[in-house]
Design a protein around this ligand. Structure first.
Ligand code: GLC
Length: 488
């Protein structure tokens, strides 16, 4: 095909090579779908010790970091489903953890500077740069602030996607000085934030178009409650903020073919799901006689505040007191890890707490549970609720962000729901929703229909990917308009 749209997609993590959260799933799945739809797309990620894939050396080049020079080693992952490149540097990226280092701002400043150099070195420039979250956001600033020096950069349009607004990459002006841009870029209209450099703000102010990972979230972030201090900046850009709700890779998340689960099952034959539950309970020591008909609730999540950990303990007690069973899989906040572990002593045989992340165990839990709990404080999109539904596990979620638009509340829309949702962020509201869910679970007539509807819901990437293609077109148009008006 001629005139394919040439896209460079940059993210800090990408499944299956290196994953911390949902960003990796999007970076690993969306580009594959876009390629299928005819886009000429390449993905660029930073190096990491945990990347196990085979790679080949492509080239290396110097990257200016203020007055210093560092070396970027460019490698390509062999046999990746779309061309995937690694920007590497031993000092910055030869580490186990993707994030959480004291010098994160500097590490991603290097990544951004290296991206600019990479683009300048490309024979045919990308039509569009798709940047994601704060780690890659300074690239937008570098592209636009260097246009006078390198006019060719203006040909590339920029879409900036916000997956998580809470993490903004705020650092001192010393980090800003690592970028070769004019001092005027460190202004309140651009990147300055209470005397600091805010990478997220750079993405918001320099991109041609901004998107968020659900439609609800694109509106939520304009309010002080969910704007994380940037709601004013975002309101100024409100007309160019769009929402595209994430999908999931339905081949990867497929109960009919999933090799990690005990028994495969499908929407036409959901009976085998019960056998998964039986085996899962045995695996986790939840298989005592009295628990035979007990509803099985699960949490598969990083145990961090935005996932709603503080309203979980009282709700869990209520579940366990009412004879339900509970599985927790995930790690994070040490205090809450302790509280959850304590439950195993208080309710032996009723709760299994697994402070770890084991991808195959997660799959067995998705397959064998009756309910998935996701009482998030905020949730840009959320992926686990989509996976749960595909595996016939009913999500109980807070009606916020992507959760609001992907889960239909059965208690509100009887006979049409795909899960349960509640509005207020409180343990009481969460508990009420759980109680309603338990009643439907024990209603032998209503329950199978609910499970079937959840499994029938379509969250494949097809829809989202074609929406992104429209956004790419719009981004290009915005860039053309910008150039004709002579704006940076
Ligand atoms: C972030 C968000 C999550 C979203 C994911 C992928 O992890 O917190 O809601 O699903 O990014 O976009």
């Amino acid at each position: 095909m001629e005139n394919k749209l040439k896209i460079l997609f940059a993210a800090a993590e990408c499944s299956p090579f290196v994953k911390v959260g949902g960003l990796a799933d999007v970076a690993g799945e969306l580009p594959v779908k876009l390629k299928e739809l005819g886009a000429d797309i390449s993905v660029v990620i930073p190096g990491n010790k945990r990347i196990v894939a085979k790679t080949q050396y492509i080239t290396d080049f110097p990257v200016e970091m203020g007055w210093r020079k560092e070396t970027c080693i460019l490698r390509q992952i062999i046999d990746a489903p779309v061309d995937t490149y690694i920007i590497d540097n031993y000092q910055y990226f030869d580490r186990e953890e993707v994030y959480g280092h004291i010098d994160d701002a500097e590490r991603f400043a290097f990544f951004s500077n290296a991206m600019l150099q990479l683009i300048l070195r490309m024979d045919s420039k990308p039509d569009l740069l798709h940047l994601n979250d704060w780690h890659t956001a300074p690239i937008a600033m570098l592209m636009r602030e260097n246009e006078q020096k390198y006019p060719v950069l203006s040909e590339t349009s920029i879409l900036y996607t916000i997956h998580n607004l809470e993490y903004q990459g705020i650092s001192g002006k010393d980090v800003f000085r690592l970028f070769s841009v004019n001092d005027s870029a460190f202004s309140v209209e651009k990147t300055e934030y209470y005397g600091s450099f805010n990478a997220m703000k750079a993405g918001i102010n320099y991109a041609d178009l901004i998107s968020t990972v659900s439609k609800t979230f694109s509106k939520d972030i304009l309010t002080p409650e969910y704007g994380y201090g940037l709601d004013g900046v975002l309101r100024d850009r409100a007309t160019i903020i769009k929402g595209v709700t994430n999908g999931i890779d339905i081949n990867n998340w497929n109960p009919e073919a999933d090799k990690a689960i005990y028994f495969n099952f499908s929407r036409t034959n959901p009976a085998a799901k019960k056998n998964n539950k039986t085996r899962l309970k045995k695996e986790l020591g939840l298989d005592n006689i009295s628990s035979k008909d007990a509803p099985l609730f699960s949490v598969i999540s990083r145990l961090v505040p935005n996932k709603g950990i503080d309203i979980m303990p009282p709700a869990f007690e209520a579940i366990l007191k009412n004879g339900g069973q509970l599985i927790i899989l995930g790690s994070g906040d040490k205090h809450y890890e302790g509280i959850f572990t304590e439950l195993t002593r208080k309710y032996p045989g009723q709760v299994s707490v697994n402070i770890e992340f084991d991808a195959n165990k997660a799959r067995r839990i998705f397959a064998g549970s009756d309910f998935l709990l996701m009482p998030s404080k905020y949730e840009p999109c959320g992926i686990s609720q989509l996976i749960a539904m595909r595996y016939g596990t009913i999500p109980i979620v807070r009606r916020v962000g992507g959760l609001a638009e992907t889960v239909i509340d059965e208690s509100k829309y009887k006979g049409q729901g795909t899960g349960f949702s509640f509005v207020g962020y409180s343990e009481e509201a969460f508990k009420r929703s759980i109680n309603k869910a338990m009643r439907v679970y024990h209603d032998k007539k209503a329950w199978p229909g609910l499970v079937k509807r959840a499994m029938n819901a379509d969250f494949s990437w097809d829809k989202a990917a074609s929406e992104y293609l429209c956004l790419y077109k719009e981004t290009n148009e915005m860039n053309d308009q910008r150039k004709s008006e002579g704006r940076t």
